[in-house]
Design a protein around this ligand. Sequence first.
Ligand code: ATP
Ligand code: MG
Ligand code: MG
Ligand code: MG
Length: 562
Amino acid sequence: MKQSQMLIPTLKENPADAEIKSHQLLVRAGYIRQIASGVYSFLPLGRRVLRKVEDIVREEMDKAGAHELMMSALQPAELWKESGRWNTYGSELMRLHDRHEREFALGATHEEVITSLVRDSIKSYKRLPLMVYQIQNKFRDEKRPRFGLLRGREFLMKDAYSFNESFESLDESYDQMFRAYSNVFSRCGLDFRAVIADSGQMGGKDTHEFMVLSEVGEDVIAYSDTSDYAANIEMAPVVMTYESSDETEKELEKTATPDQRTMQEVADYLGHGLAEGLKSIMFKVDEQFVMVVTRGDHEVNDIKLKNFYDADIVELASEEDTRQLLGTGFGSLGPVNVPEDVEVVADYAVEKLANVTCGANEEGYHYVNVNPGRDFKVKAYTDLRFIEEGDPSPDGQGNIKFARGIEVGHVFKLGTFYAENMNATYLDDQGKSQTMVMGSYGIGVSRTLAAIVEQYHDERGITWPSHIAPYQVHVLSLNPKKEEQKELADELYEQLQSTGIEVLYDDRKERAGVKFADSDLFGIPLRITVGKRAGEGIVEVKERQSGKQDELEQTAVIDFVR
Ligand code: ATP
Ligand code: MG
Ligand code: MG
Ligand code: MG
């Protein structure tokens, strides 16, 4: 492609609202443009890289035995009412009416649509298991769209669904998908971890998230420094405790607002705070701090939680509800049931919290605006036990470290939740009606693209892994007004093109400095500069990632590139 004819609007300055590198660089390098908050257009360069990621995903899905289809983004409310999620999904679901006042949603996810489709077309065990996928824009009215492509309101997702006869068969589909996901993210060149995630209320116990390790990630993971063990600490740290000492108390007084409230006020505050996306509330009981942490996106995908807060908040004081509250903050998928086998730990917290909410007037008080990690050493209650950085890993290998991660993928054993609500059944080999068992598997394709930029950039721009880059070669003619430069560059461009190499040709009438700066910004792996020595048939080649450069005879270029 000739750059003079392409829409690549580069910028010298970072856009004012862009806080992180991937957002800054993708906008500055002319890959994407914001249309509204959390809504982006992909310009030609952006479209190309997005397609590269899509193609990797597509290949791995096909290999795993899933078949591509495309469902409608416009979804009738009836389906969501059947599953029960019309009332429980919350305000993240974009809802609209047609001219006849019929209700619709824009697809945030497609469990309902696919379940109705399969329910109506598959009747026999002979047609199971079935795996399908699509790559399509999803719509979620995120409370805080931010970080460019990382958290959009319209974004590209690959969503896959498996329909199985049994939980054993689901395990197999799940493992296939798990392997496909590992392949996808490895092929994207990402440093990632598959972490144990929170299964909430949605059925089977197994779910993993694929996390790209990055400082800008919104999740925190606990992982072993030697083995593969890793867990999202949102999975179970429903309670964090903090050692109380004089120092921490003094610190607290400096950084937080000590506050005494009545039970009703605490309850109101909790309700209010949760609605507003409250981060944490800390209670102090018997010299021990107990913290309930909630997350801003708690209502996402969440059934029980929404019902819970629609109910009377004062019921918080009951143990049942307290247990629920302890589970609610974590995981976008629903409350965690405090399991039987952690009675000691969980009961402790439940009891203390119940205590505080019952007796906040006199003995308990809480702090607001406390920032764990900053104000305290965090002891997260993870994987059903307390874990602290440096502790032995639960799998007995190595020690625990904490890191931030970007959730790029999520595999999930749904079990029979949707099939039951929506009556998706099949006849088994005895002719008996059985409920289908389902799994769902998502990859944030546009988010993955941004995560790649987070891991592949330097101070001058993006440094794409070569199979993700929009083009493999960037040909620059430094001064196209000079006939011998223009001729040689034209010729090289033609040759590379006809050899099937993806090549971008900067034929613009711009200063050399502008061309170099843009080229560094784009991050195309190999640059071929046609400049002063064009007359002798000599060009300069430079690798974007390593900075290695060399001079080459024109005749050697094609071989070198291949
Ligand atoms: P998050 O916790 O970041 O809100 P999620 O758990 O709500 O994500 P899923 O329902 O698991 O997301 O969707 C599957 C995948 O879609 C996620 O793993 C993520 O990569 C991607 N994704 C989800 N929300 C967004 C978004 N707002 N913008 C871009 N990608 C997203
Ligand atoms: Mg979400
Ligand atoms: Mg999540
Ligand atoms: Mg998820």
